[in-house]
Ligand binder design. Structure first.
Ligand code: ZN
Length: 284
């Protein structure tokens, strides 16, 4: 009986400490690579010169490498620094056929005409957001994520979009649709490192989960946190909305690893069937 109680008490803690995202060795995916035994200090790992998240798992240090959507297929490598020595570990990036979406826009005026003031604002915001997503904090990263919104999957990461046959940027996040006012909760422990209103993205919050694992929440109707605030997993950071340039209320959720956008679904594999089931219900 006592063992049972202790077991139940230990279980959530153990799961939180050990849960890594799913590995996926494709552009926009995550390589999870063993980089040494779990003794401290942890090795330092670099990919294209950028620091890489290193987490302890099952007595070993694992590097979580964000692979850019634009990555060439084939051999890639990380550099590992430990005890004054440096070594290289190679891994292979395979192809992934992300779905395509082709839209024909008849009316050219549907493309927003922007004033010089708008363009100035957009440029300044681009620089500010790049600075935020480049944040590196040395603490242990919390990689145990749960879905930030209880909604339905409305657009997947990596979708290749074409407007009138012209390629646009691929979809760099995961869209979860839910009504305006639906709670958005921190998927894991984090520090708020950005909170503001942006031209395209609307009300946006950026969270730092440690070691370059950054998440962003776009188009919010309401922001209920402040920069510098510490959040526990599940703390509410605001509400779903349709601010910025969008057609309906949804969360555009971005996850960055070593400054690259990766597929957020890899972090919430356990939640995906539940969210996907909502899509089925909606389409009946
Ligand atoms: Zn989106």
């Amino acid at each position: 009986m006592i063992n049972k109680i202790i077991g139940l008490w230990l279980l959530p803690w153990f799961c939180l400490a050990g849960q890594l995202p799913d590995a996926s060795l494709v552009p926009g995916g995550i390589a999870i690579l063993p980089v040494g035994d779990g003794t401290k200090p942890a090795p330092k790992v670099f990919y294209h010169g950028n620091r890489v998240l290193v987490a302890e798992h099952d007595g070993e240090w694992q590097a979580l490498v964000g692979i850019p959507l634009s990555a060439p297929l084939g051999s890639h490598g990380i550099d590992i620094e430990r005890d004054g020595a440096s070594s290289r570990l190679d891994f292979n990036v395979a192809d992934k056929a992300y779905p395509e979406q082709r839209l024909t826009i008849q009316n050219k005026r549907m493309v927003d005409e922007m004033t010089p003031e708008d363009l100035k604002r957009i440029e300044a915001e681009k620089i500010e957001m790049a600075r935020i997503k480049d944040t590196w904090s040395e603490r242990d990263a919390d990689t145990s994520f749960t879905a930030p919104v209880d909604g339905r999957l409305s657009s997947l990461f990596g979708l290749k979009r074409f407007f009138n046959e012209a390629p646009r940027q691929p979809h760099n996040g995961l869209d979860i649709a839910a009504g305006t006012g639906t709670a958005i909760n921190a998927p894991a422990a984090a520090t708020v490192i950005g909170a503001g209103n942006y031209f395209f993205n609307g009300n946006t919050v950026f969270l730092d989960h440690g070691q370059g694992l950054i998440s962003a929440y776009l188009h919010m109707s309401r922001i209920s946190v402040k920069i510098g605030q510490q959040l526990k997993a599940g703390d509410r950071l605001g509400d779903v909305g349709a601010t910025g340039r969008v057609t309906g209320p949804h969360l555009h959720w971005i996850v960055y690893l070593n400054k690259e956008t990766v597929d957020p679904a890899l972090f919430i594999g356990a939640d995906i069937p539940r969210l996907a089931a909502r899509n089925q219900a909606e389409h009946k």
